[in-house]
Design a protein. Structure first.
Length: 314
């Protein structure tokens, strides 16, 4: 049994306002549903970032100002599709670098490695499975500079406090010349954001409800999926999309492995996810809090998304 997950389920579902962390969305099935989300036309984030890395690879590489071979260390590489264009540019230009994709999923790393070996045979590839920070600590002992990639608006799933802590940890594990390229979703027309999460085919709903299916399977629970729905809300004033699972009726769910029963009132919510959207000025503040300065914002043509290049403050 996964003990941290068990503890988090009990803590979250017995709280006054129920919650479960979105980090538990990503079992094998959830990861597959997330791939579907990234292909939805409404989910503009993936296309925007793909455009930035495809069309501005040269400008990004120039802004690094590395005058020797370097590492590109990608935190949470997943299927690596966005990064491909950047890697392709570097390989085609014969610029010397190593690509170090890191993911907690062995399956994701194996698939990515196979694909890259086939499509970019000249790429120097050192995939790693495991904890970001242990691997970062190892690589910070290298003599060559590193570009860290934390793409896909992953930082948006962390609360303000947790985001600052994580970025500070990145900073602590970087050498003075290293850089961080971080993908952040920008504030924009609220309807565009709303539609990216409230999609017409209900894929995001399936993504959320899969968490209950996962708990049924892993903890012998009896969530009746049809008795739950999905709701999300974008607040343009603070840039927060918050996602929830809604209990459609008063009901009691038994989580047998955890010897726990959870009662739901009709319309009671489980908060599952925060997806934060930023203004450029807020990104500058976020960077400064974690001891970084922003070197450049690389935006897509619609100004929906930024891959921002950060450097360590001296
Ligand atoms: C992974 N993360 C940045 C996605 C997001 O946009 O918050 C996860 C997601 N949730 C619903 N749709 C996509």
């Amino acid at each position: 049994m996964n003990n941290t997950f068990a503890k988090d389920i009990i803590e979250g579902l017995t709280a006054k306002n129920k919650y479960l962390s979105s980090k538990y969305f990503y079992d094998d099935n959830g990861s597959r549903i997330f791939q579907e989300i990234m292909q939805m036309p409404e989910y503009y984030l993936t296309d925007s970032e793909f455009e930035i890395l495809s069309l501005q690879a040269q400008q990004i590489v120039e802004a690094l100002e590395f005058n020797q071979a370097f590492n590109i260390i990608e935190l949470g590489a997943g299927d690596g599709l966005k990064t491909f264009k950047l890697l392709e540019y570097l390989v085609n230009k014969d610029i010397p670098f190593n690509y170090v994709p890191i993911d907690i999923s062995q399956e994701a790393i194996t698939l990515l490695s196979e694909k890259l070996k086939e499509r970019l045979p000249k790429l120097s590839l050192q995939p790693k499975v495991g904890d970001y920070f242990e691997i970062l600590r190892e690589t910070s002992e290298h003599k060559i500079p590193s570009l860290l990639l934390f793409l896909g608006s992953n930082i948006g799933n962390y609360s303000e406090e947790k985001a600052s802590q994580l970025l500070q940890l990145f900073n602590d594990n970087m050498n003075s010349n290293d850089k961080l390229l971080i993908g952040l979703d920008l504030k924009k027309n609220p309807i565009t954001i709303h539609n990216a999460y409230y999609d017409s085919l209900g894929i995001t709903k399936r993504f959320n409800l899969n968490l209950l299916i996962r708990i049924n399977r892993e903890f012998d629970a009896d969530f009746k999926i049809d008795d739950f729905d999905f709701y999300c809300h974008y607040n343009p004033l603070n840039g927060e999309v918050k996602s929830y699972i809604v209990s459609l009726k008063a009901q009691t769910v038994h989580i047998n492995t955890l010897n726990t029963s959870i009662h739901f009132k009709q319309n009671e919510l489980i908060w599952t996810e925060l997806s934060k959207k930023y203004a450029l000025s807020e990104i500058e503040l976020l960077a400064h809090k974690a001891n970084f300065s922003v070197k450049h914002h690389f935006l897509d043509c619609k100004h929906y998304f930024t891959d921002s290049l950060w450097e360590k403050l001296a």
